[in-house]
Design a protein around this ligand. Structure first.
Ligand code: ADP
Ligand code: 5GP
Length: 202
């Protein structure tokens, strides 16, 4: 029986292991839909309009924003980015699950525009381990690591309003928890609006 799609929203402080967990999730469930964002930044070499982003002028972006066409939007490094709402709603209605890898501010907006989404916050097992992972990744200089750790404390205070908290200590256990949240989300009455009537008619 066909159900509504799940908007699975994942947030985590940088370095927690969100990318690692998402790769595992997509390897097991490759059917997730992808939301193409709008941006006012210039396309980079090889980027395609409609595939990587919808590249819009600032005027066009502001016009759509005023029309409430975005599920969420943000200004990053002087450019605007937004998630178009209508295609996401359509995918969900078609039963297509959609994954959002998004920061706490974007997620807070999605909670207002996509109330039916499942919000998962991925936490590091400790601040000391988060620092170890940031250093181990070897991507950031000292100042960036300190900034990410400060931001992590702020972001983790927002975890309270998410639907599920997954602590990424041992990776296999964290993945099992994330997978369980996803699979349980498929069973809610809201995502199976016709199930009971159909069973009653048999
Ligand atoms: P994020 O996307 O949240 O910034 P990454 O997935 O890039 O984080 O992971 C940050 C670092 O931590 C990587 O080096 C990754 O291999 C490592 N890592 C991820 N999960 C775990 C885990 N459960 N235990 C130990 N190291 C981990
Ligand atoms: P880039 O310009 O390098 O593709 O992306 C820059 C930043 O914008 C990244 O941190 C990325 O996560 C963020 N971003 C991309 N699309 C969106 C979006 O639709 N909404 C929000 N809030 N941020 C986005």
């Amino acid at each position: 029986m066909r159900r509504e799609g799940i908007a699975l929203v994942l947030s985590a402080p940088s370095g927690t292991g969100k990318t690692t967990l998402i790769k595992r999730l997509l390897a097991e469930f490759p059917h997730f839909g992808y939301s193409v964002s709008c941006t006012t930044r210039q396309p980079r070499q090889g980027e395609e309009h409609g595939k990587d982003y919808f590249f819009l002028s600032r005027e066009e972006f502001e016009r759509r924003r005023a029309e409430q066409a975005f599920a969420e939007w943000a200004e990053v490094h002087g450019n605007f980015y937004g998630t178009p709402l209508a295609p996401v709603k359509e995918m969900l209605h078609q039963g297509q699950d959609v994954l959002f890898d998004i920061d706490v501010q974007g997620a807070a907006q999605l909670r207002l525009t996509l109330e039916e989404a499942a919000f998962v916050f991925i936490l590091p097992p400790s601040m000391a381990e988060l620092e170890r992972r940031l250093r181990g990744r070897g991507l950031d200089d000292e100042a960036t690591i300190q900034r990410r750790l400060t931001n992590a404390r702020q972001e983790m205070l927002e975890a309270r309003w998410y639907d599920a908290l997954v602590v990424n200590d041992a990776l296999d256990a964290a993945y099992d928890a994330l997978r369980a949240v996803y699979l349980a989300a498929a069973l809610t009455p809201g995502r199976n609006p016709r199930l009971v009537e159909e069973l009653l008619s048999r």
